[in-house]
Design a protein around this ligand. Structure first.
Ligand code: GDP
Ligand code: MG
Length: 441
């Protein structure tokens, strides 16, 4: 896909006379590429129409950077298509919310329910899981197993066959226990059928969820629109989670799901494990859709803002992929100074969305400072190791004592470290382009 888009753009920039015919050829080629990425035909056609309105032929003819103009227009248009214009309902910590998960069987609902619960639990919430899937044999066992592993309270039954009854009982019980995030997992059946949608309608009516999340497998392709729409017609879907983004699928179906449900994507699933779950970040997602890789914008930025003499060392560390606590410490220093490198790092997908959420800079800075205080109590061996296993409980106890923090906070920092190390490791073996060599798409 990346190849064909680059080719199309290449043809474009090689043409000496930019006229409508060339622009059309270029757009047709990109259309084919996006279709291969599972973006719905109608959406691609809409995008094509919009691009034609946006890209001013006179600008192109006047010799501005044609490639950049078209690239930017396509990128922006796709980002816009992923933004339904209003945010999803966000549960509030300490206040009871009921969140219902819907989606076809195999889409990843049960797995994602646990990830969602675990994600919030780590942030100090009191989540609970309710298994309202009485259709699939073993559904309760699966949820029970996941929940037990994550130490999350759960509710379900082997005997009861009425999903509505279980859902209501579970929600009531956890409301009494003052859980602030009550998550209802539902059945999916094998295909879209009237009985499934009727069941979803009933469960929703009985439990009155604050949020219904549609879970979508990134590999369902062109089926995404109809599937999302069918669920939206029976329950008030308010958010989307796209799973299996670790696979080959580019996830173009997400655009369809957003269009059909008029709801934003809030998280993506990137693996079978509990912590393989990320806050949705539109730019890297679109980059991937276009085959740009998550990192091209990042690399551009490095060349733009990092002083030349600091580039080689930074890029070397990046390409080695070993993220040590010392590197984390240095990057935290940079972020606090908000010097050029700090700006660059705040652009990293995981850094920006989670470590430093917009509008909560003060809190984030305090957290980073707390982490740095704890790292000040580490030995050189600990700081320079990229093996998180080195950090056993007794070392963490010592660090906690040395820095006057609670061991729980040291553990939390190590979780953060592991998460950042994972992001960092994606840069491993990265071919570092020289300035000016960055391919646009
Ligand atoms: P449900 O039928 O909708 O409840 O789907 P499940 O949660 O049972 O998931 C179906 C399969 O997809 C299981 O084997 C999961 O381990 C797998 N799965 C779920 N999410 C992901 C993901 O993000 N990545 C990968 N690789 N597998 C996933
Ligand atoms: Mg399930």
């Amino acid at each position: 896909l990346g190849g064909s888009i680059s080719r199309a753009i290449q043809q474009m920039s090689n043409a000496t006379i930019i006229d409508e015919k060339v622009l059309n050829e270029c757009l047709n080629e990109i259309t084919r590429a996006l279709l291969q990425s599972d973006v719905q035909f109608k959406l691609v056609r809409d995008m094509q129409t919009n691009i034609k309105k946006i890209v001013n032929l006179d600008d192109l003819a006047a010799g501005h950077n044609k490639r950049k103009i078209i690239q930017q227009a396509i990128f922006n248009e796709l980002c816009k298509m992923l933004d339904p214009g209003k945010p999803a309902f966000t549960p509030k910590k300490g206040k009871t919310s009921v969140v219902m998960f819907v989606g076809l069987q195999g889409s990843g609902k049960t797995t994602t329910c646990t990830k969602y619960a675990y994600y919030h639990q780590k942030k100090g919430w009191k989540p609970a899981l309710v298994c309202a899937d009485t259709f699939r044999a073993g559904a309760f066992d699966q949820l029970k197993q996941n929940a037990t592993k994550a130490k999350i309270p759960f509710y379900g039954s082997y005997m009861e066959s009425d999903p509505v009854k279980i859902a209501v009982e579970g929600v009531e019980r956890f409301k009494k226990e003052n859980c602030d995030l009550i998550i209802v997992d539902t059945s999916g059946r094998h295909k879209q059928e009237a009985a499934l949608f009727e069941e979803m309608r009933q469960v929703s009516e009985a439990t009155k969820p604050d949020l219904v999340i549609f879970v979508m497998d990134s590999s369902i392709g062109q089926a995404a629109f109809d599937q999302a729409q069918a669920f939206k017609q029976s329950v008030a879907v308010g958010a989307v989670i796209v799973t299996k983004m670790d696979g080959h699928a580019k996830g173009g179906g997400a655009l369809s799901a957003v269009a059909a449900t008029k709801s934003p994507v809030i998280f993506i699933g990137t693996g079978e494990h509990m912590d393989e779950f990320e806050v949705f970040d539109v730019k890297p997602f679109v980059s991937r859709l276009l085959g740009m890789g998550d990192w091209s914008g990042f690399m551009d930025k490095i060349h733009e803002v990092v002083p030349m003499d600091q580039q080689p060392e930074l890029l070397q560390k990046l390409s080695e992929g070993n993220f040590t606590l010392r590197i984390m410490y240095e990057q935290f220093q940079n972020i606090l100074k908000m010097g050029p490198i700090g700006q660059v790092f705040s652009m990293l997908p995981g850094f920006s969305a989670e470590l430093m959420p917009k509008g909560r800079e003060k809190e984030s800075q305090a957290k980073i400072k707390r982490y740095m205080t704890m790292m000040d109590s580490m030995t050189n061996e600990e700081l320079d190791s990229s093996n998180p296993k080195l950090m056993n409980e007794s070392r963490m106890m010592r660090i906690a004592r040395g820095s006057g923090r609670h061991i729980r906070e040291v553990m939390e920092m190590m979780e953060e470290y592991k998460r950042l190390a994972k992001i960092w490791s994606k840069m491993k073996g990265l071919k570092i382009p020289k300035k000016g060599e960055m391919s646009a798409l």
